[in-house]
Ligand binder design. Structure first.
Ligand SMILES: Cc1ncc(COP(=O)(O)O)c(C=O)c1O
Length: 439
């Protein structure tokens, strides 16, 4: 078939309602080819991608090293499941173990590979239940940990994610407690980090029963709020005092995104379990639960498992991505570019075009509020749509639960860590123009 006919056929299929719209596709465009920070569509548009497949493409779309690794592994072993170990999984685990040794002194970490972030969150919870013999969890208001039933019950960031399932989820939720959102916005106490008191009260009220506290070093879906080191310090103290495990959800913040290999490295704390996802697969579905070898050893072999998790091709892609991040010094680059972007966008805060610009590395949030302080969700949507009309793909985030201490409306910037500076500043200029027009 001629390329023009293929194109027409795909565009016609796209009109037929074949795919569930529950996914909430951002655009009606269909991806044809993608490279670096650019996606070419079947209708012939070239879109500058500041979404990176939702924070997955640390190395940009189709990095040659990742594509080559996939092709070469596909010719060797496609899939063996938990039947037998394979070299991409062992090599990726070795790479990660070395990164963990650099970040956290002491006992080496071991890894359980899964398919998706949510699934790995569930596995981390099972490990915490098993290791502690306890039965309750704490997560934060505004947190997002995924979409399996347990991860949905643990999450809080948007009512739409859980209210339709509330009756079913409520037994789980009776064992999950949301600590105050780790931020000062909307708080009536006007003291920095007083939200820690809420966490302490929960731990006291459920003394000896909390298996683990789940946290994001920088809330993702909830609005790109980084934890402060004071808050982290207090959380660590409380977790130690109550023998609760700390579980870092690094699914979005991990693998260099925030300008450190792991988001928790900004905070000076020591998580017991770390969950990785998104970037770790280099664009293929992969996630991991990381814990010290002795903690991982609390599980009896066969107690948990997966058919596809840690698939050889996904691990080969992930290893190529991790090596690219290291070899191309993308962690430092993320930190440096993030600081430059924040410095430039802070002008918009002073001109009152935006309420806040925050975040670490290339995980930046631009918050929009009405002059009365309420989150301006509509303007966020208008900015996103207007940017897309100018060929810039953006995503929004921000909690929406009807609680002033949590809710916010934020545009997120998560471009590839290796984005060419020219493309980066082109996108930022489009964003600035759109922000000044869409008031
Ligand atoms: C912080 C965080 N945790 C968990 C998840 C769920 O990961 P997945 O969509 O791979 O299941 C996400 C996805 O957006 C996330 O950002």
């Amino acid at each position: 078939m001629k390329p023009q006919h293929v194109r027409e056929e795909i565009l016609a299929l796209n009109e037929r309602g074949l795919l569930a719209e529950v996914l909430g596709f951002e655009t009606t465009e269909v991806a044809l080819k993608a490279y670096g920070a650019e996606v070419t569509t079947y209708s012939g548009r070239q879109l500058l991608d500041f979404t990176g497949g939702i924070a997955v493409h640390a190395c940009g779309h189709n990095h040659p090293a990742i594509v080559t690794a996939i092709q070469s592994q596909a010719g060797e072993v496609l899939h063996v499941s938990d039947i037998m170990r394979h070299s991409p999984q062992l090599k990726l685990a070795e790479f990660l173990q070395n990164r963990f040794c650099e970040a956290l002194a002491g006992e080496p970490f071991a890894f359980l590979f899964m398919n998706s972030g949510s699934e790995a969150i569930d596995a981390a919870a099972k490990l915490a239940l098993r290791a502690t013999g306890r039965s309750k969890f704490i997560s934060f208001k505004g947190a997002f940990h995924g979409r399996t039933m347990f991860a949905s019950a643990l999450s809080h960031s948007k009512t739409i994610h859980w209210h339709g399932y509330e009756t079913f989820l409520s037994p789980l939720r009776s064992r999950i407690f949301n600590a105050p959102a780790p931020r000062c916005q909307g708080c009536s106490m006007h003291k920095p980090d007083c939200c820690i008191q809420g966490l302490e009260q929960l731990l006291e009220a459920h003394k000896g029963e909390v298996a683990a506290i789940f946290f994001e070093a920088q809330q993702g879906e909830g609005g790109y709020f980084p934890l402060t080191s004071l808050m982290a310090h207090e959380m660590q103290r409380l977790a130690n005092a109550h023998d609760a495990l700390l579980i870092a959800d690094e699914i979005q913040t991990g693998c260099g995104r925030t300008g450190k290999w792991f988001g928790f490295e900004h905070l000076g704390l020591r998580p017991d379990i770390v969950v990785l996802g998104k970037a770790i697969g280099g664009g293929l579905p992969l996630a991991a639960v990381a814990a010290t070898q002795s903690l991982m050893g609390k599980w009896t072999p066969g107690e948990h498992g997966t058919t596809f998790g840690g698939n050889p091709v996904a691990c080969a892609a992930g290893l190529a991505a991790m090596e690219t991040i290291a070899n191309e010094h993308l962690v430092d680059r993320a930190r440096e570019l993030g600081e430059k972007i924040k410095a430039r966008l802070s002008n918009l805060v002073s001109k009152k075009l935006i309420a806040d610009v925050r975040g670490n590395g290339l995980m930046l949030g631009i918050e929009l509020r009405y002059t009365n302080g309420h989150p301006d969700y509509d303007r966020c949507e208008r900015v996103k749509t207007a940017a897309r009309e100018r060929d810039l793909l953006l995503l929004t985030c921000g909690a929406r639960v009807g609680d002033a201490t949590v809710d916010n409306s934020t545009i997120r910037l998560i471009p590839p860590l290796n984005i060419a500076e020219e493309a980066l500043w082109k996108g930022i200029t489009i964003l600035e123009d759109v922000l000044s027009e869409q008031i």
